[in-house]
Design a protein around this ligand. Structure first.
Ligand SMILES: *Cc1c(COP(=O)(O)O)cnc(C)c1O
Length: 379
């Protein structure tokens, strides 16, 4: 065996990245909030129809900004799916708030909106839905529940950029939403993210927190005659060099999304009857959700079969991965009272889910090899 020949992920370039980065270097403004940062924010605002987008150093940092904006403090609670990345919880835990782990639906693997009400207490301040694999959560019932109880919704939309729920872009429902431009995401600049501010009342303070607690943004708009320390904040602004990289990707969003749709559809079409014969479940996308084609996963009948498939693919040079150990069963989760059995669907899925290689420059020939390798698997 020669090692891995089809990786799980690889960054795909569109072409203009090099040119834009060299433009940023020549222009001399390489810190944040430069010309490319502004272009990226503008294009995101236009594409999604959001009032304000702020580029950040990561989705993790955008989530931290959300926790600062909501003034979360010890004693507060927030509801988060157990089936998500660590940062969805950690950003709020950093402010001293307590995560309340909620289970997911077995069809979309998204926050189970029917179980949310049972988690709400007088201390609940936020609900943080994650649009898993870029398929929208049931935002109508989630928003109406949140509204009824005076709770803020922050969408962790790391997977769902350009996905839609009932015709509306993911990331435009919550008062705040976050995006990730990490190498593993649809659109990337290596490491990066964005905070989408949908509630206009939060825009001014979001800019202040973003600019290290200063009113620098207002100063540059000429709204104040000097800028100074006005609030808490930190260093969340993305360098213009990375913004230049990102702009090349955002400009080609429709080509990237088209390609990802093709990759997803190829897997789905070619694996469907094999999956049916082997009690393997393919992703389910409800009629009213237009997915963002972030990943292709399969659900195996049990843990042993999934592990055997990972080994089998690896022997053929193909890297496939599982996803998300339940947060409520992690070391940190236990400290917040997490126990086995708290989120049964999450625990079931975590043992059975497998993600196939999925990246923009994945070739047809490589996809053919992945599919062929899966078909000659004998557990
Ligand atoms: C990738 C990811 C993050 C973190 O993104 P970074 O940009 O790496 O900080 C957060 N939440 C989810 C659901 C993710 O998939």
């Amino acid at each position: 065996m020669t090692g891995i020949s089809i990786p799980f992920n690889k960054a795909g370039l569109r072409g203009p990245e090099f040119d834009y980065i060299s433009q940023a270097l020549s222009a001399g403004h390489v810190s944040g909030d430069g010309p490319f940062t502004k272009k990226c924010q503008k294009i995101l605002q236009e594409q999604l129809g959001v009032p304000r987008a702020l580029l950040t150093t990561s989705c993790t940092h955008a989530l931290e900004m959300a926790a600062l904006l909501l003034r979360l403090k010890p004693g507060d609670e927030f509801i988060v799916p157990s089936f998500t990345f660590v940062s969805t919880a950690n950003a709020f835990v950093l402010r001293g708030a307590k995560p309340v782990f909620a289970d997911i639906r077995s069809d979309t693997l998204n926050l189970d909106e029917t179980k949310l009400e049972g988690h709400i207490t007088p201390r609940t301040r936020a609900i943080v839905p994650v649009h898993y694999a870029g398929v929208g959560c049931e935002m109508d019932p989630i928003l109406s529940l949140a509204h009824h109880h005076g709770i803020v919704v922050v969408e962790d939309n790391a997977h769902g950029l350009y996905g839609k729920y009932r015709g509306r872009f993911l990331g435009t429902f919550g008062a705040l939403a976050t995006l990730s431009f990490h190498e593993t995401k649809n659109i990337t600049c290596g490491e990066g993210g964005a905070l989408l501010v949908n509630d206009p009342q939060l825009i001014e303070r979001a800019e202040i927190i973003w600019e290290k607690g200063t009113n620098r943004s207002r100063f540059f708009r000429g709204q104040v005659d000097k800028y100074t320390w006005v609030d808490i904040g930190s260093s969340y602004v993305l360098s213009d060099i990375l913004s230049a990289f990102l702009f090349a990707q955002l400009e080609s969003a429709s080509i990237i999304q088209q390609r990802r749709q093709e990759i997803w559809t190829y897997y789905h079409t070619h694996l469907k009857s094999w999956a049916d014969r082997n009690q393997v479940r393919l992703p389910r996308v409800p009629e009213h959700c237009q997915q963002a084609y972030h990943m292709f996963y399969l659900l195996f009948p049990d843990l042993d079969t999934r592990q055997a498939m990972i080994r089998h693919l690896k022997e053929q040079g193909i890297l496939s991965v599982f996803h998300y150990l339940p947060l409520h069963l992690s070391d940190m989760g236990h400290q917040f009272g997490g126990q086995p059995g708290d989120c049964p669907v999450t625990e079931w899925v975590s043992d059975r889910l497998l993600r196939l290689p999925f990246f923009n420059p994945l070739t047809w020939e490589e996809q053919e090899r992945v599919v062929a390798a899966m078909m000659n698997f004998n557990p």
